[in-house]
Design a protein around this ligand. Structure first.
Ligand SMILES: *[C@@H]1O[C@H](CO)[C@@H](O)[C@H](O)[C@H]1NC(C)=O
Length: 273
């Protein structure tokens, strides 16, 4: 087995309108840890695994958020209807510690504040709760990687990816997997490969937003970015995003124990620094 990097590193790129780019190294000092989020423990229980972890094994119904600690501009002004295009990619793993697979999942999130007091565990994924779920006043955008079927929030199965707008009831969801192109004779065919998100393996996800279109692409870490996304969602986020937002990750357990780990992260948008 490979020895994992001991230090959680990622890159936040805020691209200026000019060609110059700002690269920031993401270390624990750049992250706001809310709820149970922490730099995850290694197997020895003493050192750190290198992951940004959303949940803690010892806390039943654990949930947390790990957010870039500085606000990120998502629109040029508060009343603008033109959010900046952005793209982000990250690697993650979801590792059950109890049987049957306990849930519940993790998500890339964009939220209005460094405050998770309105977040709950289980199917709420550490993003929202029963009371506030679904309201436009939430100003929450998320892409969930959900490994438990919570029928009360409309989950399609226990292994899916969803685009969430102000609600953990996804606007669009697909079973987890990726598209591969194969050539049969002279014809190019797309075939779908399912993956099991909660098998402890590392996956990479790519999320892009541009011109009211969100694309989400997923693959095992060792696989190159598939040319065909898993999800293409036509959603206008101009009312969801405020001028400045916070971005990062959320995750939650239910009664059983499951790890929700982020291993690397890049984010970039076209905001002027
Ligand atoms: C949900 O969060 C809100 C704060 O946004 C809080 O007032 C409410 O009591 C919470 N509801 C539950 C069921 O935890």
């Amino acid at each position: 087995m490979q020895i994992h990097k001991l230090c959680f590193l990622a890159l936040l790129l805020l691209l200026a309108h000019t060609a110059s780019a700002v690269n920031l190294n993401l270390k624990s000092s750049n992250i706001a840890f809310l709820g149970d989020a922490e730099l995850g423990p290694a197997a020895d229980g003493i050192s750190r695994s290198g992951a940004l972890s959303m949940t803690r094994d010892a806390n039943p119904f654990s949930h947390g958020q790990g957010l870039w600690s500085l606000p990120v501009p998502f629109k040029p002004s508060s009343n603008s209807r033109s959010p900046y295009p952005f793209e982000t990619s990250f690697t993650f793993s979801i590792t059950p510690r109890t049987n049957p697979a306990p849930g519940h999942g993790l998500a890339f999130i964009v939220v209005p504040a460094l405050d998770n007091s309105g977040a709950g565990p289980g199917g709420f994924l550490g993003i929202l709760n029963k009371t506030n779920n679904g309201y436009p006043s939430n100003h929450v955008f998320a892409v969930e990687f959900d490994v438990f079927q919570d029928k009360h929030v409309g989950d399609i199965n226990d292994n899916h990816v969803g685009v969430d707008i102000n609600s953990v009831k996804s606007a669009v969801a697909e079973k987890a997997g990726y598209w591969v192109q194969t050539v049969i004779g002279k014809r190019r065919m797309w075939s779908f490969k399912e993956v099991k998100l909660s098998n402890g393996e590392r996956y990479k996800a790519w999320i892009e937003y541009r011109n009211s279109k969100v694309t989400v692409t997923l693959a095992p870490e060792a696989v190159r970015k598939p040319k065909k996304p898993l999800i293409v969602a036509h959603v206008d986020l101009s009312d969801v995003f405020l001028q400045n937002m916070y971005t990062g990750f959320a995750g939650a357990m239910g009664r059983g124990i499951e790890r929700h780990d982020i291993w690397s992260w890049t984010f970039q948008n076209s905001a002027k620094k």
